[in-house]
Design a protein around this ligand. Structure first.
Ligand code: C6P
Length: 413
């Protein structure tokens, strides 16, 4: 582990981790579903509700000014977090899902016509599939997929040239797969798309809180992430879009606060990002998210990345030493492997693994992980998944591996 960070001290910032579940110390390995929240985030939320709670952008009283300033400060902080050029490029949304739906609905409806192609990859989460399928139904566009190479779970880049046709208008891709743990070469994919004038979207749900993100270096046009996966509150996320593209997009929803003037027949809209934030927004969410981004960057996302990767490598190594374990995603020591490990035990359903692990205090996720088409491609219904964050330890991995062995024994293996 990196010696410059006191990981054990950080763990104490998360009161929830210090508890027993079914009489056993909690091992929380479900961080890809949602991360835990440090005291700094919980305190920021409590402070806001105890001192500053008011609606934003509307009032001219002191509390409303404070709430508005804190809300807009969070926007500026989010821009810095992903190295956006300006806070005006940051739209607050409910999460990654809503961010992608906003692009599909607003940009997609305006720009796609029958015969156009939406390019995705075979490892997309339903959030980066279903909105495009709805859009394709509405516009007559088609969807094509960049293939995945079996259990190792890498994108088959040899197919890219033939898929990047003139008909492709948008290429939307996941940065880190939540089912395989693959880190995709998004900068390279976006560069190839940009040469052909294709708009790109990166689903950063699993990456934003785990490694440094620089949207300008990636060279994408949109980037979406969720606050709850990066130590922030649920219900808040960020959609970043390149300013000139956002300015040309129609509103996503109509209502208060996104307008300049409204008449009975006609409305003039504000510029981005406000044009995309109709109604009273989630105000405490960005404030909690601000605290989360400060917290993560004080640790350093490059340190978090190294820590999570090391735990995943260690886990992969330990599990591959057991018999009858099928592992998914990039092979051991691959630089493309993020901090999660998907696996199956021979003749044991993933839900049984997760249920028995829970009895031993270990929180895993089992299922299709909202990537049903990928599961079909891999020829399975589901996998069990251990996903890590910086507060997890090697001792917890050792405990988890012991539990896996006990499960195998339970099933007579
Ligand atoms: N994956 C998991 O356990 P929301 O729900 O909007 O915060 O995030 C959706 C989403 C989009 N893309 C990827 C790659 C994701 O992993 C997720 C959420 C969770 O893997 C819940 S299914």
């Amino acid at each position: 582990m990196n010696k410059t960070v006191d990981w054990a001290a950080l763990r104490k910032d998360f009161p929830i981790l210090d508890q027993k579940v079914h009489g056993k110390p909690l091992v929380y390995f479900d961080n890809a579903a949602t991360s835990q929240k440090p005291c700094a985030v919980i305190d920021a939320l409590v402070h806001y509700y105890e001192h500053d709670n008011a609606n934003v952008h509307r009032g001219i009283h002191e509390l409303s000014n404070r709430a508005t300033n804190a809300f807009e400060a969070a926007r500026t902080r989010a821009a810095k977090f992903i190295n956006a050029k300006s806070a005006d490029e940051i739209i607050f949304v409910r999460g990654t899902t809503e961010g992608i739906n906003l692009v599909a609905s607003s940009w997609g409806t305006k720009n796609l016509k029958p015969g156009d192609v939406i390019l995705l990859t075979e490892m997309e989460h339903h959030s980066n599939l279903v909105p495009w399928q709805l859009l394709a139904q509405k516009t007559g566009a088609k969807i094509s997929y960049l293939p995945v190479t079996g259990d190792e779970g890498l994108l088959d880049l040899s197919k890219l040239d033939s898929l990047l046709t003139k008909q492709v208008k948008i290429f939307s891709m996941v940065h880190i797969s939540n089912s395989l743990g693959t880190l995709n070469p998004v900068a390279e994919l976006c560069a190839r798309a940009r040469e052909l004038g294709i708009v790109t979207l990166v689903d950063g749900a699993q990456s934003a809180g785990h490694l440094p993100v620089d949207v300008q270096a990636i060279g994408c046009d949109f980037f979406a992430f969720s606050g709850h996966k990066i130590c922030g509150p649920t219900g808040i996320g960020v959609l970043w879009g390149r300013q000139e593209i956002l300015d040309a997009m129609p509103p996503y929803q109509g209502g208060g606060e996104m307008i300049l003037t409204v008449g009975y027949d006609k409305t003039e809209f504000k510029h981005a990002p406000h044009r995309f934030e109709a109604g009273t927004p989630d105000i405490s969410g960005p404030i909690g998210l601000h605290a989360a981004m400060d917290y993560l960057d004080a640790i350093g996302r490059e340190n978090i990345w190294r820590h999570d990767q090391e735990l995943a490598q260690y886990t992969y190594e330990k599990l591959s030493a057991l018999r009858d374990v099928r592992l998914f995603g990039p092979k051991l020591n691959s630089a493309n492997r993020a901090g999660l490990v998907s696996f199956l035990l021979k003749d044991v359903h993933a839900h049984d693994v997760v249920t028995l692990a829970d009895q031993a205090g270990v929180a895993l996720r089992g299922g299709h992980h909202c990537t049903q088409p990928l599961m079909h491609k891999l020829g399975v219904e589901s996998t069990a998944r251990a996903s890590f964050y910086f507060y997890n330890t090697k001792a917890e991995v050792d405990r988890f591996v012991e539990v896996v062995k006990e499960i195998q024994k339970f099933f007579g293996q």
